[in-house]
Design a binder for this molecule. Structure first.
Ligand SMILES: *Cc1c(COP(=O)(O)O)cnc(C)c1O
Length: 362
């Protein structure tokens, strides 16, 4: 029995039931008398597992039939390069919307492969960071694609409205918000996400790509493992895939379907985030610097009145079993990552601790 709540930003907490299932099956998977880690990725049992993972994800996330699903390696950072390699095409120019650390890094990597225009969509209003109007339909068609990051994991800035890009290809780094709420997949050309926040363990990266974009990538002279068309043809198995991480994804999809799917996940996430923000809003001790309409439901950032108190907060919280609340070094302060696997009880315990701490040190 574990008596802690893990607020790690990533690799992040997994549902206890998923870990227990993996534990049960660890030495004897599918009655094969071996672990899932010890079988060929081309074996019937593994191929069947992979097919089921895809079916479950399609059902869970309402992925239309004209989208392909890839499970690749190299993390989200690998996709920072794969996206321009595959998609720059004849226009040779992409538009990157900058809303913070990760979207900025994605743009930097893309510059290695072609021309990148970057638009800063962050703005500070009344001491709070928010995101400007996200309608780019007038200019988007000049570009091979438009890239953005719906949830900036470090600052806790989330963009709930899908940017308007007309008929242009929209690409999203959903590493820290994938499967957190219902979205209209048909608005996107490519969605990608490292698995270690909301999909399982590190080492595997989900890519969801609209079929018609593959005809273009087929012709590109790029390494096979980064080539979306080739990976699609080879079922994401050009090289040996991270089999255990893939298996954990499969357990996770099945688990969330049994919990009621995306509507249930979304409701649960909204409930957790609104409890935490409601407490922050009424507090005269803690503060948060993100505009209300862009406050992340996944990564809740906040500060105490003083950086030395922040350090004390993080230490005392840890002693109370509230783990990994330290903010990213770029921002300081605290960050509570409350991904899908965080139970409401974790948020309640955090709020109770915050209340006690504020009382003691105000
Ligand atoms: C964590 C994260 C990344 C980096 O992911 P890796 O898998 O480590 O490359 C990129 N983008 C966002 C939004 C993230 O949260």
């Amino acid at each position: 029995m574990r008596n802690v709540f893990n607020f790690s930003a990533g690799p992040a907490a997994l549902p206890k039931e998923v870990l227990e299932k993996a534990q049960q099956e660890l030495l004897n998977w599918q009655n094969l008398q071996v672990s899932v880690m010890e079988v060929s990725h081309r074996s019937a049992a593994f191929m069947q597992m992979v097919a089921q993972a895809e079916l479950d994800l399609r059902q869970l996330y309402h992925i239309p039939d004209n989208y392909k699903i890839l499970f690749l390696q190299g993390g989200a950072r690998g996709q920072f390069a794969a996206v321009p390699m595959n998609l720059l095409g004849a226009k040779k120019k992409a538009l990157y919307l900058n809303s913070g650390h990760w979207s900025k890094l994605a743009a930097k990597e893309a510059r290695l492969f072609g021309e990148v225009d970057e638009i800063n969509i962050l703005e500070k209003k009344a001491e709070k960071w928010g995101v400007k109007n996200v309608d780019f339909s007038a200019i988007a068609n000049d570009y091979a694609y438009v890239h953005y990051c719906p949830n900036e994991t470090i600052s806790g800035v989330e963009i709930f409205e899908i940017p308007k890009v007309g008929n242009a290809v929209l690409v999203a780094d959903m590493s820290s918000c994938i499967l957190s709420r219902q979205i209209d997949i048909s608005k996107f050309g490519v969605i990608y996400a490292g698995a270690q926040k909301n999909l399982g363990a590190s080492g595997i990266t989900l890519v969801i790509i609209r079929e018609d974009l593959l005809t273009q990538t087929e012709k590109n002279q790029i390494p096979s493992i980064w080539n979306y068309a080739e990976q699609t043809q080879q079922n994401s198995m050009i090289n040996t895939p991270p089999t255990f991480a893939w298996y954990l994804c499969r357990l996770l999809f099945k688990y969330w379907l049994a919990q009621g799917g995306l509507p249930a996940i979304e409701k649960h996430n909204q409930e957790k985030a609104s409890q935490l923000y409601a407490y922050l809003d009424q507090s005269d001790f803690y503060y948060n610097v993100v505009a209300i309409e862009n406050r992340s439901e996944m990564n809740v950032t906040f500060h105490s009145p003083h950086p030395t108190l922040d350090i004390l907060f993080i230490q005392e919280a840890e002693r109370q079993g509230l783990l990994a609340l330290k903010g990213h070094k770029v921002n300081g302060g605290m960050r509570a990552s409350i991904y899908n696997a965080m139970p409401l009880a974790g948020v309640e315990a955090l709020v109770a601790f915050m209340h006690k701490f504020a009382h003691q040190y105000r």
